[in-house]
Design a binder for this molecule. Structure first.
Ligand code: TTP
Ligand code: MG
Length: 353
C-alpha cells in the first residue's frame, strides 16, 4: 500500500500578491491580464470567488461581477521562486516528487521513515513549514494513490487537509460524484449523466466490456477509478538540459534579413516556454540552429542569459554566414546550468575540486 500526498497551494498567485502587500488582505484580488479583449483572470482570492470570479474568466466579465476588484499583473519570477522554495521543502521528505504545475505536486512518501512514517504527520509538517517560510497556505490530500490524494487536497480547501486511509476508500468512493475524478471533464460527466451515472457507485454497476464499448480507451480507466484504484506511479521530473523552439518554413527563406524577421516570433515562443519552468532553471547559453535547403544543419551557441532579439541576431548572422543561401528551418534555444539539483541548489564544485 502506497502513501501519496498531493499538495496544492491556495489561490497561489493571489496569495503571493497579498503576502507582499498586506493591505490587500481580505479584499477581492485577482491576478491576470488587463481589460483589453484578450485579458483573462489567472486566479483570484477567495473573497473574489464569492462574486463568481474564477480562473480563465475574461477580465472584463470579472470587473462586471465585482467593479471594485483589485487587478494585479502577474509576477511570474516571484511565483517561480516560491514554487522552487516549496519543492525544496518537499525534498526533505522524499525524492519522489512529481510537480503538476508551479503550485501543485504529488509526493510518494511510502518509503519515508520520518515522523514515524506517518504520511499525515508529514503532510501537516509540510503545510506548517511552507507557511513559516513563504507565508502562504497550502492544502494537502493524503491517500493510497494519486487520484484519491488529488481529490482529498481539494476536500478541505483552503488551508485544509484531508486523509483517506485505505480502510476509508470503499465508502468514500461510493458517494463520490464522478465529475470529481481528475480527467472526467464536463463532456464526459454529461455523457455519464445521460446513462444515469452521477456517482462512482452508479459507475461501479457497469461492466468493463460495456465501459470500453462506450468510452474506448477511457473505459478500463474509469472501471478502476470508480473503485478507487489508480496504479499510476509518482514520476519525478527529469531535469531538462536545454529548451528550444524551431520552425520549418513552408517556403525556404532566402536572405539573412528574412531570417532575422522570423526571430521575434520564435523568441516569443521560447520565452513563453521558459516562463513555465521553475526558478531552478538558470540559462547559461543561448543557441541558434539553421537547417539549409540541402539539409545540412549548423548550430552556434554562446555564453549568455538574455533571450532577446539583441542577443540572437549576432548569433544568427554568424551561423548564417557559414553557408549563406536558402534556409529550411530556424531554431532558437537555451541550455541550462547543469550543476543544479532538483531542489534548485547550485553545486559549483564537484567532489574532485
Ligand atoms: P490552481 O491551483 O488551479 O488555482 P489556485 O492555486 O489559484 O487556487 P486554489 O488551488 O486554491 O483553487 O492554479 C495555480 C496557479 O496557476 C494559479 O494561482 C494561477 C495559475 N493559473 C492560471 O494562470 N490560469 C488558470 O486557468 C489556472 C487554473 C491557474
Ligand atoms: Mg492551487
Amino acid at each position: 500500500m502506497r502513501k501519496i500526498i498531493h499538495i496544492d497551494a491556495d489561490a497561489f498567485y493571489a496569495a503571493i500578491e497579498i503576502r507582499d502587500d498586506p493591505s490587500l488582505k481580505g479584499k477581492p484580488v485577482a491576478v491576470g491580464g488587463t481589460t483589453d479583449q484578450r485579458g483573462v483572470i489567472a486566479t483570484c482570492s477567495y473573497e473574489a470567488r464569492t462574486f463568481g470570479i474564477h480562473s480563465a474568466m475574461p477580465t472584463r466579465t470579472a470587473l462586471k461581477l465585482c467593479p471594485h476588484l483589485i487587478l494585479i499583473k502577474p509576477r511570474m519570477d516571484v511565483y517561480r521562486a516560491a514554487s522552487a522554495e516549496m519543492r525544496r521543502i518537499f525534498s526533505d521528505y522524499t525524492s519522489l516528487i512529481e510537480p503538476l504545475s508551479l503550485d501543485e505536486a504529488y509526493l510518494d512518501v511510502s518509503e519515508s521513515t520520518l515522523l514515524k512514517g506517518s504520511a499525515t504527520l508529514i503532510a501537516e509538517e509540510i503545510r506548517r513549514r511552507v507557511f513559516a517560510k513563504l507565508s502562504i497556505t497550502v492544502s494537502a490530500g493524503v491517500a493510497p494513490n494519486k487520484m484519491l490524494a488529488k481529490i482529498a487536497s481539494d476536500w478541505n480547501k483552503p488551508n485544509g487537509i484531508f486523509v483517506i486511509t485505505p480502510k476509508m476508500v470503499d465508502d468514500f468512493i461510493r458517494d463520490l460524484p464522478v465529475k470529481k475524478i481528475h480527467g472526467v471533464g464536463r463532456s464526459l460527466s454529461q455523457k455519464l449523466l445521460n446513462i444515469g451515472v452521477e456517482r462512482c457507485e452508479d459507475l461501479q454497476t457497469i461492466d468493463l466490456f460495456t465501459l470500453t464499448q462506450k468510452f474506448g480507451s477511457m473505459g478500463p480507466r474509469l472501471y478502476d477509478l470508480c473503485r478507487g484504484i489508480d496504479n499510476r506511479p509518482v514520476v519525478s521530473e527529469r531535469r531538462r538540459k536545454s529548451l528550444s523552439v524551431e520552425n520549418t518554413f513552408s517556403e525556404d527563406v532566402t536572405s539573412l534579413d528574412e531570417c532575422i524577421s522570423k526571430l521575434p516570433e520564435l523568441i516569443g515562443k521560447l520565452n513563453v516556454r521558459l516562463k513555465k519552468l521553475d526558478a531552478s532553471y538558470i540559462v547559461n547559453k543561448i543557441f541558434v540552429k539553421i537547417k539549409f535547403s540541402d539539409f545540412t544543419t549548423t548550430t552556434l551557441e554562446r555564453q549568455g542569459k538574455f533571450t532577446n532579439l539583441e542577443s540572437y541576431i549576432p548569433l544568427l548572422s554568424e551561423a548564417y554566414d557559414r553557408q549563406p543561401g536558402k534556409v529550411r528551418l530556424l531554431g532558437v534555444g537555451v541550455t541550462f546550468e547543469e550543476n543544479i539539483d532538483q531542489q534548485g541548489q547550485l553545486h559549483l564544485f564537484s567532489s574532485e575540486d
